[in-house]
Structure formats: structure tokens, C-alpha cells
Design a protein around this ligand. Structure first.
Ligand code: ADP
Ligand code: MG
Length: 615
């Protein structure tokens, strides 16, 4: 009595099938993920039904997904014990696309097949993706309803399908995929194994492959935090990150609003880019309800977070074509943004609660934090909060942060002061620090080349300007006068400055007496607008561009013995005085790190030495 009915696919389905089969070669393997997800969904629905329905066909059957490969028959079969389908359901679910998002999706595919190649893995085209690998598909199914019948749906994925009755069907759905000639690799057990591990490892039902359980790791990110031990977390980290170490930090975080997010993030022990060359792929995988969407999603988290490992799972992501299309990348951005903010907050509180642990992290990962401070405008302030550095008020080797700096600021102090040089020692022996020390003002030491870039994008923190301590635009309060030393008078100092300017000519913008100096005779000050450090200059050079010429202002110290003597010598020994004036400028430029070719200084220095030996 079994009669077969023949149906044609709805026009849109035909169109979709055509695109799926002909244009989307790259991601064929996702068919298995899609069918396993459908099987899982069907069992999930069954689980719900069982709470209300008493009369369920084969109500006692265990909910599991059985996959069988058969190399000889060239088939792979996926069987579930879900709710099955009636005749009518087969027609509506597998023969039509009834959802509004579909048209838009089709249009987006037509606009470019190459874009579509990426699209498919992310959106899923659900059931139809099976026709990428199959030249014939048989769906055997039996609905949970007690009066249902066993049915067989068959199609070659071209024009239509047939439905006929099939006897002795268990409740659920069994899909037999007859693989195309060039796709028979999917009938090999190891291949199926690999795909199940990659995409379907966390499906919440047992998956059996040829009778053996394949998914043994729990989707830890969906569990309650207080039901998970440290060992379980660490094991999970090793599993998903393919790692051997123990994570430094972990952040297990769940939210319902503004998006439904379950995420579990890990910071590894070590920097994955120890030599700073080549970027690693993003390491936080994107899941939608336990099913992998993308193991290395680009554009989800900002680049500088590529050292993170873990999982982000969001119910709000449309995995399949029947849900809204994911063209809407605003959603992905929002997701990334929420998680980035949460992670930054986490790091900040970790840094406060356990500074020592944080400095261990910082030693490995500061490059990423700095990269973020340079490139990620949206999170710049939060990243700046995480920066650590030495300063004039820390012991050598100890680190402090901007928040701590701010709490130590003097009452009348408006700006945050810093100096940038290759080392603590070179900052402390230079001419700039003394003025700040004398006034009890803290100066941050930036000593890494990359800091130059950080500083050029970070102009302020907590509404306070970051100002270089060698800046000419600084207006420092008077220093509490030390013992009154011998000094040039104000008018002598002015006259001397004019002479220096005449002597040095165009090499300096201006020469002026300054109260900033204590132990140094002179210092080169840099007008803020012209600031450009050695890194940026070198970079411009490699790009064959001339760095703009920089003219410093020279500050002179009217209390310094050398200046006092020079002021006198300019009358008695003019040539020698001029030579020394030039040398003072060179020395000041050297201290400021502004001499690009140190050899240029040598010949004058030799003359000065000669002079020293004359009587
Ligand atoms: P989606 O899963 O996004 O709804 P699919 O194309 O993957 O889209 O599947 C279409 C529909 O077919 C499903 O919504 C479901 O109703 C039905 N279906 C597919 N596979 C099964 C299955 N194994 N058991 C029961 N119903 C299924
Ligand atoms: Mg589906």
C-alpha cells in the first residue's frame, strides 16, 4: 500500500540549491555540522515535548546521535531519536523556505559567489548543504505522534523529491547520504571523526561514530561557575587551545543583556609572538549554541586581543539560514565590544587585587596592551589604565600605573609628566629630570621603543594631559629655592642668551635662561607641536621621507659654574667661547636623543679637548 508522491522544490529552494552546489566549494565539510545540529535540535525539541506529552511513540528511547560511515557503500548516515517528521512536515521543512530572511540571503549570494564562500560556513544553509557532497539523500523519519507512520523522503537535490511510506521506522530521523564520486572521503571514519571533533564536540547529546562515543568534553562555558573545579577549567583550556601550560588568567562570563553571551576566556602563560614577528590568528572561537561557527573569527575581538584563547557562545547569533542573516555585522561588533569591555574591566581588577601576578602577565603581554592603546580608539582609556612603567618615584624594577600616578599628583599639578629614553639610567643622568625632582613632581619613564607610538596616540588620561618633561611649553612652578648659589644676574643672563643665539644661529629656535635646571648647564627643549621621536623619524626615513627639521629651544642655567665662566670668557677668549657654545648645544641634543649621527659631534669635541690642553 506504500505509494510514492513526487514533489518539486519551491522555486527559491531550487535557486538556493543551485548556488550551494555550484558555487560553494570551499566549505563543503560543514554539511556534517549542519545535519548534526539539526539532529541535536530535534532531540532538544523531543526533550521539551516529553515534559508535557504522555503519549510519545517509543518514549523510552535514549536521546543520542548515531553516525555511521560505510566506505563500501560510499555513504554516511546520521540518525537521531528526536521528534521526527510527519508527511506534512517533510514537505514544509525540507521542501520550502518559509522564512523572510531568505530572499535577502539569496540576493547576497548572487552578488558575489566568492563572498558566498565565506558566508556559508557562518550562516549555515542548513539541510540543503548536504547536496554539496551528495548525489542522493534519503531521509527516513517517524514522528513522535502515536498515530504517525514511517516515511522516506528522497531527492537528488536537483528538481524535486519523492515521499513514500517506509515500514519499521524508529522514532526520529535517519539521513542516508549517498556521496558524490569526488566526495567519497567523507565515508571514511577518520574524516568524519575529525569533523565531529572540530565542529560538533560540544553538542549536548552523545554522538556515536560507528558505535564509539566521540564527544566527551563538556561545554564548560555553559555550566554554572561554582560547579566547575580549577582542574576542569585547566583541562578545558588545554583542550581548546591545544596547549600544555596552565592559563595565567581565566574569565568565565555570562550575560543576558544586551546580548545573550556565554564565554570562557583564557590568558596563556606565554606570549604567542615572542619575537614580535608575524601575527597569530585570533584564538577565541565563536560558537552558537554549542556549535562551532568559526574557530578563528576575524573582526570579532580587536586584533590586540589575539593572545586570548577560549570560547564565545551567543544564542543571538543566527547560525542558520532560517534565522536572520548575519550580514548584520553590527551584531558581531556589538558582541566583540561587550566582551572586550568586560575583559578590560577584569584585567583592571586583577591588577588591583594582585599586582604581582599582574606584573607577571604584563611582562609577557605588555606589547598587546600597548598595541591596543595605539590602535584601539574605542578602548584607549581603559587600556591606558592597564599600562605599567617605572617612574621617578618607583624603585628600579618596580612598576606603577597612571591611576597611582594621579593619586600622587601635587595639588596644583595639572599635567602628567613623562620622559622617553632608552633606559632608566639615561633618563636619570639627563638634564630634564632635575627640575621635576626639585619640585617633588613625579615623572614617568617610558623606556621601550614602542612607547613612542603609545605616547603619540595617548594624549591624555583622566582628563590630564600627558606632557613630556623636555617640552619647551612647560610652565613649572618656582622651585623651592635651595641655598642661594652664585648666579648670573637677570640682565647678564639675558645678554648671555642673546650672545648664544647669535653664535648658534639657525641651529636653535631660541635661547633663554631657565629656572628648570639645577645640575646641568643647558638643556634642549622641544616645542610640543614638533615632537617626533627617533622611532618615527627612522620610520619616515625608511619610507624615504624627510622628517621635518626640528629646532629646539636651548634652556640655560644661570647658576651653573660652566655658564658663569662662559659668560665671562666670551669677552676674553671669544673663539674658545664660541667653540664651547657649539659643544654645549651638541651635548644638549645628545641628551635629548636628537643626534641622528653621533659622528657629527666628534670633530668639534676633539677641538674642545685640544683647547683644554692649551694653557
Ligand atoms: P534550520 O535548522 O535553520 O531550521 P535546516 O535547513 O537545517 O534549517 O532545517 C530545516 C527544517 O527541517 C528544520 O527547521 C526542522 O524543522 C527540519 N529538520 C531538519 N532535520 C531534522 C531532523 N533531524 N529531525 C527533525 N526535523 C528536522
Ligand atoms: Mg539546521
Amino acid at each position: 500500500m506504500s505509494e510514492s508522491t513526487t514533489h518539486t522544490f519551491q522555486a527559491e529552494v531550487r535557486q538556493l540549491l543551485d548556488i550551494v552546489i555550484n558555487s560553494l566549494y570551499t566549505d563543503r565539510e560543514i554539511f556534517l555540522r549542519e545535519l548534526v545540529s539539526n539532529a541535536s535540535d530535534a532531540q532538544e525539541k523531543m526533550r521539551h515535548l516529553q515534559q508535557t506529552e504522555r503519549n510519545v511513540f517509543q518514549g523510552e528511547a535514549a536521546l543520542e546521535i548515531a553516525i555511521t560511515t560505510d566506505e563500501e557503500a560510499k555513504t554516511i548516515t546520521i540518525a537521531d531519536r528526536g521528534l521526527g517528521m510527519t508527511h506534512e512536515e517533510l514537505v514544509t521543512n525540507l521542501g520550502t523556505i518559509a522564512h523572510s530572511g531568505t530572499k535577502a540571503f539569496l540576493q547576497s549570494l548572487e552578488s558575489g559567489a566568492s563572498a558566498a564562500g565565506n558566508v556559508i560556513g557562518k550562516f549555515g544553509v542548513g539541510f540543503y548543504s548536504v547536496f554539496m557532497v551528495a548525489d542522493k539523500v534519503d531521509v527516513f523519519t517517524r514522528s513522535w505522534q502515536p498515530d504517525g507512520t514511517g516515511l522516506k523522503w528522497s531527492s537528488d537535490g536537483k528538481g524535486g523529491y519523492t515521499i513514500e511510506e517506509a515500514e519499521d521506522q524508529d522514532r526520529g530521523t535517519r539521513i542516508v547520504i549517498h556521496l558524490k564520486g569526488d566526495q567519497q572521503g567523507f565515508a571514511e571514519k577518520w574524516k568524519a571523526q575529525e569533523l565531529l571533533k572540530r565542529y560538533s564536540n560540544f553538542v549536548p547529546f552523545p554522538i556515536l561514530l560507528n558505535g564509539e562515543r566521540t564527544n566527551t568534553v563538556e561545554a564548560l562555558w555553559l555550566k554554572n561557575r561554582n560547579e566547575i573545579t580549577d582542574e576542569q577549567y585547566n583541562e578545558f583550556y588545554k583542550f581548546i587551545a591545544h596547549a600544555w601550560d596552565e592559563p595565567r588568567y581565566r574569565l568565565h562570563f555570562n550575560a543576558d543583556a544586551p546580548l545573550a553571551i556565554n564565554s570562557l576566556l583564557f590568558v596563556p602563560q606565554d606570549n604567542p609572538e615572542p619575537w614580535g614577528m608575524g601575527q597569530t590568528e585570533p584564538g577565541v572561537a565563536l560558537y552558537c549554541r554549542r556549535v562551532l561557527i568559526d574557530p578563528h573569527p576575524k573582526g570579532l575581538l580587536p586584533d590586540w586581543l589575539r593572545f586570548l584563547r577560549g570560547v564565545i557562545d551567543s544564542d543571538d547569533l543566527p547560525l542558520n539560514i532560517s534565522r536572520e542573516t548575519m550580514q548584520d555585522s553590527a551584531l558581531i561588533q556589538k558582541l566583540g565590544d561587550v566582551i572586550t569591555k568586560r575583559f578590560l574591566k577584569f584585567l583592571d581588577s586583577e591588577a588591583k587585587d594582585n599586582a604581582e601576578k599582574y606584573s607577571g602577565f604584563y611582562a609577557q603581554f605588555s606589547r598587546f596592551i600597548k598595541e591596543g592603546a595605539i590602535t584601539d580608539h574605542k578602548h584607549r582609556e581603559a587600556l591606558a589604565k592597564l599600562l605599567r612603567f617605572e617612574s621617578s618615584m618607583t624603585e628600579e624594577g618596580n612598576l606603577t600605573g597612571l591611576d597611582e600616578y594621579v593619586t600622587r599628583m601635587k595639588e596644583e599639578q595639572k599635567d602628567i609628566y613623562y620622559l622617553q629614553a632608552p633606559s632608566r639610567a639615561s633618563i636619570e643622568s639627563g638634564p630634564y629630570l632635575e627640575a621635576f625632582k626639585a619640585r617633588g613632581l613625579e615623572v614617568i619613564y617610558f623606556t621601550e621603543p614602542v612607547d613612542e607610538y603609545v605616547l603619540s596616540s595617548l594624549n591624555e588620561y583622566s582628563e590630564k594631559k600627558l606632557v613630556s618633561a623636555d617640552s619647551s611649553d612647560l610652565d613649572l612652578p618656582d622651585a623651592p629655592d635651595a641655598e642661594s648659589k652664585e648666579s648670573l644676574s637677570d640682565s647678564e643672563a639675558e645678554e648671555f642668551s642673546t650672545w648664544m643665539k647669535d653664535t648658534l644661529g639657525d641651529a636653535v629656535e631660541k635661547v633663554a635662561p631657565s629656572k628648570r635646571l639645577v645640575d646641568s648647564p643647558v638643556a634642549a627643549l622641544v616645542p610640543e607641536g614638533q615632537r617626533m621621536g627617533p622611532q618615527l623619524r627612522a620610520m619616515m626615513k625608511t619610507m624615504k621621507q624627510d622628517a621635518p627639521a626640528m629646532k629646539v629651544e636651548l634652556a640655560i642655567n644661570p647658576k651653573h659654574p660652566l655658564i658663569i665662566k662662559l659668560a665671562r670668557a666670551r669677552h676674553s677668549r671669544e673663539d674658545a667661547a664660541k667653540l664651547i657654545a657649539g659643544q654645549l648645544l651638541d651635548t644638549a641634543l645628545l641628551s635629548a636623543g636628537l643626534v641622528e649621527d653621533p659622528r657629527s659631534v666628534v670633530s668639534r669635541l676633539n677641538k674642545v679637548l685640544e683647547l683644554a690642553l692649551e694653557k
